[in-house]
Design a protein around this ligand. Structure first.
Ligand code: PMV
Length: 353
């Protein structure tokens, strides 16, 4: 009998959207109501490392398992199960075509996953998590799948995860097909296309977010009138402007569209009934600080964006680091809880609490 332990490891980075995914047209397949675009952060800053293994030695009674940051994590959810199913089906097809291949598709899978940043920080850890999860198993199964094909599978785990299969600037095209076969990510530009780009992350609260993205989206789609306008006209215009700004390395447009799109997304949340508020007083102080920085510079040198939580991500160019990072701390010095001693280097994960 084959008593080998088969193993593969991979890492996937966090991505932060500048045109937000918000709304599902199919909750089961995680099909979005609009396309989105993100910047993948440097792996040395924020990433998930995942090892997938399988063996006939693993007791079948234990089934598939996931250890996340040292603690057992539930894998019975529909989204995780969809990823397992998709990956196993592809491996089974390979095994069917080549009887010499070891039969891995029927063995229990063990996954071990570690984030190099605090999961509790409320950052988009599910994106890096599902991207690493899917690629680790795809590598273990030696699937001949392109990043875009893997993005189709990762999308079913967490929508934003499909964008973490690529580095640099990444678009998730919403697609038109009912089966989701064309709802996947592609790379708009390599990170090296715009090497001066930086992201500063401000942790306004380490508390777990109040309303999950899934229920927030569901409530927004069901009750916000403003949301209809967002997906019909605002997002298509922002996608086109953003792709052009990236191609031309035009930070002023990149920054303005980033801020407007974040504002638009949070406006639809406030327009749901009952309203959803992801930003808090510290988030709003961060917005005012960015406005002060841009006013002092006389142009857009910093751009804020917020996901489904209060933490700010500030994009800026390296040449403006002093104006942005320096002024940020000066401007926020008076806000209770800002940890001002932590500034060193440019890409900062700054804890507030
Ligand atoms: O991937 P999800 O289902 O957690 O949704 C992410 C939604 C936002 O982070 C708010 C926006 C985005 O495009 O990442």
């Amino acid at each position: 009998a084959d008593t080998k332990v088969y193993r593969a490891s991979t890492t996937a980075p966090v991505n932060i959207a500048v045109v937000k995914y918000w709304g599902k047209r199919d909750a089961k397949l995680n099909l979005p109501t609009n396309s989105s675009l993100s910047v993948t952060l440097s792996q040395s800053d924020l990433r998930t490392l995942t090892t997938a293994s399988c063996s006939a030695l693993f007791p079948a009674s234990e089934g598939d398992s996931l250890l996340l940051n040292g603690a057992p994590s539930d894998v019975s959810g529909a989204r995780t199960q969809a990823c397992f199913r998709e990956l196993r089906a592809r491996r089974a097809a390979l095994e069917g075509a080549d009887p010499a291949l070891p039969k891995l598709s029927t063995l229990p899978l063990r996954l071990v996953s570690e984030n190099n940043f605090p999961t509790a920080a409320g950052l988009a850890s599910s994106a890096a998590g599902f991207a690493a999860f899917v690629r680790a198993i795809a590598d273990l199964y030696e699937l001949p799948a392109s990043p875009s094909e893997l993005s189709l599978i990762a999308r079913q785990g967490s929508g934003s995860a499909c964008r973490s299969l690529f580095g640099g600037y990444v678009a998730w095209r919403m697609g038109a097909r009912e089966d989701g076969g064309d709802s996947m990510a592609d790379q708009v530009a390599e990170a090296s296309h715009w090497p001066e780009m930086r992201a500063l992350i401000l942790v306004a609260s380490a508390a777990k977010k109040g309303v999950s993205s899934t229920s927030g989206m569901q409530q927004t789609v069901a009750t916000s009138g403003l949301f209809k306008e967002r997906i019909a006209t605002v997002v298509p215009a922002n996608m086109a402007a953003m792709e052009k700004a990236i191609a031309e390395r035009d930070f002023e447009v990149f920054g303005e569209v980033t801020m407007r799109d974040s504002n638009s997304f949070h406006a639809t949340c406030a327009d749901t009934y009952p309203p959803i508020f992801y930003m808090n007083d510290v988030s709003r102080a961060a917005i005012r600080a960015v406005e002060a920085i841009n006013a002092a510079a006389g142009r857009t040198v910093a751009a804020y964006t917020f996901d489904a939580g209060p933490n700010a991500v500030i994009y800026y160019l390296e040449k403006d680091a002093e104006a942005v990072v320096g002024t940020f701390y000066h401007a926020l010095g008076g806000v209770g809880g800002w940890k001002t001693g932590a500034v060193e280097g440019l890409k900062q994960l700054v804890a507030l609490e």
